[in-house]
Ligand binder design. Structure first.
Ligand code: 13P
Ligand code: SF4
Length: 312
């Protein structure tokens, strides 16, 4: 007989105690996972939690690169993820061997490489510093003025940071398949339908969509913006999981998912691979486990720690 979700939740909580585990969940996880996680947050907040936890096991409900980041900063811990296939189109758009070849071909540029956290451990190992959407402006502003910057892998986030800082950067041509599904037309239509609503967009959206937004920020900053704003209605232009977090933490306000041309909201199919059942299994079996060759992990840790220090 299949377990009910109440059975699963109690099994997960029991296993969590037995394993001395912490459950970290990204804002894009389904409501049932967010509800039982010890911490729900954006990539930046989750990196700090992973670095600071006293638990023996980290069960990371997000995507593969997030589990890798946890392992990079907490190598002595066992890091498990519910589904090994939970990847990321953005991370895939910049394979480490292609980045290494590019840097080799452009040695005369002596690049300072800033890698958005949505990338593999191999790419992090090649970078000088990591950033998230929550601290990208600060990280770019802290970059030595005499260096040419190569920003990988998200060209939309990179373009947004250039606008905010005025600092020129060479951009890798990667993007997130979810955020580029929002279009100028789909957002203009919902704006017209809810004229009193503020439009809040993630910086992974295209320039055309960002131009229609009242606020562009990371998933975590969306909470503060919606809480502090006098407005009562908000169109949230990012992955649909964010709506649960907002409804839970900013009660009394109305959150409308940003639509695409084809759908009334946008789901990341990788994030949505995680289920309570798979979370239970990964805590029970301690598999799938994140492992990273030590040489790569140690190099990647330097660039992640640099980010954590700058953005404190
Ligand atoms: P945040 O860092 O804003 O949580 O974004 C992560 C992500 O995967 C966006 O698509
Ligand atoms: Fe990657 Fe986009 Fe999914 Fe975020 S929403 S994990 S960037 S594919």
């Amino acid at each position: 007989m299949a377990s009910t979700s109440t059975d699963l939740v109690s099994e997960i909580l029991k296993l969590k105690k037995q394993r001395n585990a912490v459950i970290l969940a990204h804002n894009y996880q389904t409501a049932d996972i967010q509800e039982l996680a010890d911490f729900v947050g954006d990539s930046l907040g989750l990196s700090y939690k992973a670095a600071e936890t006293g638990a023996d096991v980290i069960a990371f409900c997000g995507v593969h690169f997030m589990g890798e980041t946890a392992k990079i900063v907490s190598p002595a811990k066992t890091v498990v993820i519910p589904d090994m296939d939970a990847g990321c189109s953005l991370s895939d758009s910049c394979p480490a061997d292609r980045l290494a070849a590019y840097l080799d071909e452009h040695r005369e540029r002596n690049y300072y490489v800033i890698a958005y956290i949505n990338c593999s451990a191999g790419v992090k190992a090649l970078a000088d510093v990591i950033c998230t959407s929550g601290n990208a402006v600060k990280i770019v502003e802290a970059t030595p003025k005499d260096r040419n910057i190569l920003f990988v892998p998200d060209q939309n986030l990179g373009a947004w940071v250039m606008e905010k800082t005025g600092r020129p950067m060479d951009l890798w041509r990667g993007n997130c398949y979810v955020h580029v599904e929002f279009t100028r037309d789909s957002i203009a239509r919902i704006r017209a339908e809810y004229p009193g609503a503020k439009v809040v967009a993630h910086p992974e959206c295209t320039h055309a969509v960002r131009l229609l937004a009242d606020e562009v920020c990371s998933t975590e900053k969306m909470i503060g913006y919606c809480r502090d704003s006098a407005a009562k209605e908000f169109v949230i232009v990012t992955e649909s999981g964010m709506l649960h977090r907002l409804r839970r933490e900013v009660p009394g306000k109305v959150f409308i998912p940003g639509p695409t041309d084809l759908c009334s909201c946008a789901d990341c199919s990788y994030m949505k691979l995680n289920t309570l059942e798979k979370l239970r299994n990964c805590l029970a079996d301690l598999r799938p486990e994140i492992t990273i060759p030590e040489k790569i992990r140690a190099k990647a840790e330097v660039s992640v720690r640099r980010m954590l220090e700058i953005s404190r």
